[in-house]
Design a binder for this molecule. Structure first.
Ligand code: CDP
Ligand code: MG
Length: 662
């Protein structure tokens, strides 16, 4: 299976050189960063201008240093720094606290959804773009802040795109009202500068990129199996390269990464004794934080770090010591079918800009090589730039948030406007959820106003609100809280059977939602949490997180006057209630044992992690998510009764499609 892979040279990326700084003190490390040489220029410009645009290579020090430079201006309010990912917000806050020699949560802190680590002393606050967006909605002048740094602007998440508008408007209003000025700093990796520059009406500043040359090698022939191509390439490198030359492989997601980590470990076990030891580190956002940080640790002599990462390692996290990058050329993206309104996760080709970003990761502290498992000709067919999220995603959540501000999505001054079809589709979904009166007169209903109060996907907030009709808010709170966090089940590869036996105790024959609920109920009653989680192969951290989330959601429910009731043992009510928010995610069993999603007509199987997988297949199910890799899988699945649909969602548009079969 693993034949030799041949590559052709595709040239080198641009470069200049600087010293490796791993062994220096923190202060010296800071001063060695490329951004340090622009410090005075930046501070001068920041005094003079209210809006700045800063472009620089990943790793040049933008995220960690610019907030500290701004701090030296002595402004009164806080400095907010946005990050598209919560992991990045947390790890960077830790690093900056260390650099400023303070405890996390004091002068430097972070706030991400459901987690606040700040205090009255906090001056620099790292936040996710979603968190700042919610703050901007409740205080449109952003009075607590003197400066907002919109970081990773090139990622063009919907939340950052909306923030561009709100922050610009806050700046204008504050100057109009003679209030303290609001500084805006937009920071991005080197991509698509003109677009930002025109939009903000300012010229960009560049930080000289100080990286080493990276030699680019393309696969000579088209590869049909990128997993295999990555593996073969890794072991080709491993046989020749000196130890401590670390390898970073870009893959698409958790399952793939975990599977490949296993494969690499078992191949390495049987490999040539003379070769260095291999230590494999997975890196993806679902991984618990302490595990994520492991890949930053220094390695013993004669061993090689191999990091298997998603696009999280592209720009937002920098790992020192990487000499080789292997690029699969794929990424997992949330994609959206504008006809059905259905979101799914899909493995798709990266853009050319991402190819170059990935390649640059090999040249951070010495010369490196990037192996692309795709041919040069293939790369020419990739999009030049990644498409902004707002042009490829479901925007109903954003539309609802903007409506709660009294703003119409159609007239909002977006950097890239969503198509009017996509706005109309969002209206249609919001109408089905009962959040707006009609598509033609998109005015918010009372339910819509309540929904916008929750920091949740509207379909989840809807579940909490309709649980009133079914008397099951207690249950729905637990379920939504668990679904808002990361996976609570632990399945170690070497103890699969024991784990499945332990999980079996919580299993509901009606599917995963009630199973999750059973786990949470048992968890709530437990005193020795750590021990209990350990014995039951459950993730303590994620369950504690769910408990936190539940408390916060409960507070919001109480504020808006929802009644806290439990349906006791009548859990059919919970399943019925699920339909009120997840009606777009109904799937029906076909003769060939596949499921067909009703609204988007996709064929799929139940994911192997579901309690319903491998059992007698129910005719009709709802699911929380559809994941598309080489096949489609439904995740978190529950059996439903066809008669409930008409009862719970009488205006369900696909009722006729279903009736034909029942
Ligand atoms: O934002 P940008 O990519 O320009 O760079 P940065 O995130 O400010 O990182 C600058 C340097 O700080 C990195 O090259 C790392 O050496 C170091 N750093 C770190 O050691 N630990 C972190 N959590 C973040 C950054
Ligand atoms: Mg950064």
């Amino acid at each position: 299976m693993r034949k030799e892979l041949t590559f052709t040279s595709g040239g080198a990326s641009s470069s200049s050189s600087y010293n490796s700084n791993q062994s220096l003190s923190i202060k010296a490390q800071q001063q060695h960063l490329p951004i340090y040489s622009c410090r005075l220029r930046f501070i001068q410009e920041a005094r003079r201008l209210d809006t700045l645009l800063l472009m620089g290579e990943t790793g040049s020090g933008k995220t960690t240093q610019i907030p500290q430079f701004l701090l030296s201006l002595g402004m009164k309010g806080m400095i907010a720094v946005t990050q598209p990912r919560r992991v990045a917000a947390i790890t960077v806050a830790k690093r900056v606290a260390q650099e400023m020699q303070c405890k996390l949560g004091e002068r430097v802190g972070f706030t991400v959804r459901f987690e606040d680590c700040t205090s009255p002393a906090t001056k620099i606050k790292f936040v996710t773009d979603g968190t700042l967006l919610r703050e901007a909605i409740s205080d449109r002048l952003l009075k607590n802040y003197s400066a907002i740094i919109l970081d990773e602007a090139h990622e063009r998440t919907i939340n950052t795109d909306v923030l561009f508008v709100l922050v610009k408007e806050a700046q204008r209003q504050r100057s109009f009202k003679n209030m303290a000025p609001l500084k805006i700093v937009v920071m991005s990796a080197t991509m698509d500068i003109d677009h930002f520059s025109k939009y903000f009406g300012v010229k960009g500043m560049y930080v000289e990129g100080k990286t080493y040359p990276v030699k680019v090698m393309h696969a000579k022939e088209r590869q049909t199996d990128y997993h295999n191509a990555c593996l073969v390439t890794l072991f080709q490198i491993h046989m020749d390269a000196p130890a401590n030359h670390d390898v970073l492989i870009f893959l698409t997601g958790q399952e793939e990464i975990d599977a490949m980590a296993q494969q690499i470990r078992s191949i390495a076990k049987n490999a040539d004794r003379a070769a260095p030891n291999i230590r494999v580190f997975p890196l993806y956002s679902q991984l618990p934080q302490n595990k994520q940080l492991e890949c930053f640790m220094a390695m013993p002599q004669n061993s090689r770090k191999v990091i298997l990462a998603t696009n999280i390692a592209e720009t937002s996290i920098t790992i020192p010591g990487i000499r080789y990058v292997i690029d699969s050329g794929f990424v997992k993206r949330r994609v959206y079918d504008a006809n059905s309104g259905m979101d799914s996760l899909k493995v798709v080709r990266i853009s050319q800009a991402q190819s170059w970003q990935r390649c640059g990761r090999a040249g951070r502290d010495s010369e490196g090589i990037c192996y692309r498992t795709y041919t040069c000709a293939e790369m020419e067919t990739f999009d030049e730039m990644p498409k902004p999220e707002i042009l490829r995603s479901n925007i109903y959540s954003t539309v609802l948030q903007l409506m709660s501000l009294g703003v119409s999505c159609k007239t909002f001054d977006f950097l890239d406007k969503p198509s009017s079809e996509s706005v109309d589709m969002a209206y249609k979904q919001l109408q089905l959820l009962g959040a707006i009166k009609s598509v033609n007169f998109p005015e918010m209903t009372e339910t819509g106003r309540q929904m916008a109060k929750f920091p949740l996907d509207p379909k989840f907030s809807k579940l909490l609100i309709t649980s009133q009709e079914f008397g099951c808010l207690e249950e729905m709170l637990s379920l939504v809280a668990v679904m808002s966090g990361e996976n609570i089940f632990i399945v170690p590869t070497e103890r699969r059977e024991q784990a499945s036996l332990a999980h079996g105790k919580f299993e509901s024959k009606y599917g995963d939602h009630l199973t999750l609920l059973n786990v949470y109920l048992a968890f709530q009653k437990t005193e020795k949490i750590k021990l209990w989680c350990h014995d039951n192969f459950l993730n303590t951290r994620n369950l504690l997180y769910a408990r936190d989330v539940r408390n916060q959601l409960k507070d919001i429910c109480e504020k808006i006057g929802l009644k806290l009731e439990s349906c006791g043992t009548n859990l059919d009510l919970v399943r019925k209630c699920l339909l009120s928010g997840l009606f777009n995610n109904i799937a029906e069993l076909q003769r060939d044992t596949f499921y067909l999603t009703i609204s988007s007509r996709q064929r799929a199987k139940i994911h192997p992690s579901s309690v319903l997988s491998g059992k007698s297949r129910p005719n009709l199910v709802i699911f929380t998510e559809i994941v598309a890799t080489d096949r489609n899988f439904l995740k978190t699945v529950t059996v439903i009764d066809p008669e409930w649909i008409e009862e719970v969602v009488p205006n369900y548009p696909h009722l006729s499609r279903l009736r034909q079969n029942f």
